[in-house]
Design a protein around this ligand. Structure first.
Ligand SMILES: Cc1ncc(COP(=O)(O)O)c(C=O)c1O
Length: 362
């Protein structure tokens, strides 16, 4: 048995062991083709099934009807920051954004680079992004083309625990770091996108879930690969899609379903985050959680120790003990415990025990 560590990396991150084993078992001879999934045509019936299963499973887990399209594209979630305004921000229209941290700010920056009109619909910047603005504090003008939010802020450790009510205005969400981690009414969103490398699979593919009526809103002539209509009309097979990552996404989606779907995944994720936040809350003289309680992320728990020296010591001792990736993002420092779907409750309990022992000894 190969030695595996407890991997708390923020992304790419840990994958379910069962999924990795399946990839390994299937690698040399996928579905009796005598080839790996990487070597077969994206137009073959074997790949086609993988592709369509991944799409169907996504809709099933999200409880979405056929009025949504599921797309798989390359370029990472970051590419979508520019594609969204290119597709939907026409003259006279405003892109409304809630700024809750680095990733929202990057999305805003791209829209501005394109010379598009941007409205700041809400922000927690003045408070060092330690909370999610309340629904009633999110405002946008009548000519808003969409409201863009980042549902989980991977770096600052905040997360929306509500879906903003935007009325007729389409809601677009970057769900890169909390997609399919809990139950949510996905039908309230007109577009959801996520880089796969946290909750869905490996890096290299971005999932886009888009309401069909959004495609009718695209007016301008934009380059073919940037136009969502291209991928929607060709079932993400206009060009060669990232077949290996999509195959692994499919296995992860099956794994989620086999667990019992989002209600079960949510229960486990709730227990995991309670273990870590419990540690912080029970020892306030030692640990400091900067995030407001109502905005705490279930996926990325961030906290500080009494000194940076102790934080460095914790990270390096944890690594030696087999707990990887606890260092906070380089822009903020501190400790970050990423608890994506594939991290087990056992992993969360073990790291909590380790951190508590560290606290006793230091
Ligand atoms: C919330 C969020 N959005 C976007 C990104 C960027 O994703 P990508 O690296 O796929 O471009 C990240 C990466 O960590 C993220 O956490």
């Amino acid at each position: 048995m190969t030695k595996r560590v407890y991997n708390f990396n923020p992304g790419p991150s840990t994958l379910p062991l069962d999924v990795l084993k399946k990839v390994q078992a299937d690698l040399l001879n996928f579905e009796n083709t005598g080839m790996s999934i990487m070597e077969i045509s994206h137009r073959s019936p074997e790949y086609d099934k993988v592709h369509n299963d991944a799409i169907a499973l996504t809709k099933e887990l999200m409880g979405l009807s056929d009025s949504y399209k599921v797309l798989f594209v390359g370029g990472g979630a970051s590419t979508q920051f520019a594609y969204i305004p290119m597709n939907f921000l026409h003259k006279g229209k405003v892109g409304a954004y809630v700024d809750t941290g680095t990733w929202s700010a990057k999305a805003i920056k791209e829209a501005k680079i394109l010379g598009k009109e941007v409205h700041l619909a809400g922000s927690s910047k003045d408070d060092d992004y330690t909370f999610i603005p309340k629904s009633e504090d999110i405002n946008f003008p009548k000519n808003t083309a969409y409201l863009h939010i980042t549902t989980n802020n991977t770096i600052k450790g905040t997360q929306y625990h509500f879906v903003p009510d935007t009325g007729q205005v389409p809601l677009i969400a970057d769900m890169s770091s909390d997609i399919l981690s809990h139950q949510i009414d996905f039908s309230k969103f007109s577009m959801i996108y996520a880089g796969a490398q946290k909750n869905l699979g490996p890096s290299g593919v971005t999932m886009i879930v888009i309401k069909e009526n959004m495609l009718d809103k695209i007016e301008d002539e934009i380059p073919t690969m940037i136009d969502y209509r291209t991928h929607a009309s060709k079932n993400s097979l206009f060009n060669t899609p990232p077949t290996l990552p999509i195959y692994i996404v499919k296995l992860v989606l099956e794994w989620i379903k086999d667990q019992g779907g989002l209600s079960v995944v949510e229960t486990i994720n709730r227990a995991k985050k309670d273990v870590i936040y419990g540690l912080i809350d029970d020892n306030p003289e030692y640990f400091r959680g900067p995030v407001r309680k109502d905005s705490r992320s279930w996926m990325n728990v961030v906290f500080r120790l009494p000194s940076e020296e102790l934080e460095q010591k914790l990270v390096s001792e944890a690594k030696k003990a087999g707990f990887i990736g606890l260092k906070g993002h380089r822009s903020v420092g501190g400790i970050r415990v990423s608890l994506y779907n594939a991290m087990t409750l056992e992993g969360a309990e073990k790291v909590a025990e380790f951190i508590m022992n560290f606290r006793k000894n230091n």
